[in-house]
Design a protein. Sequence first.
Length: 75
Amino acid sequence: MLTGLVLQLDHIGGTFGGNVKPVPFIQLVLKLLQIQPDKDIIVEFIKNEEFKYVRALGAFYMRLVGLPPWGYNPV
């Protein structure tokens, strides 16, 4: 289910609108933080060259939760 939502991303952003609604990218970052996927799944997100926003989501998540050797080295 989450993979389908990730593949539908078409932009990156924070919030928008008068009632400050979060964009789907931020919602998916929050969902990843909640489910805490395995490192291998995030690495596969980053290696995906077909969908640039999937790659960006994986890199963003890695920088948020990765420890220095894992979170700062490019894959």
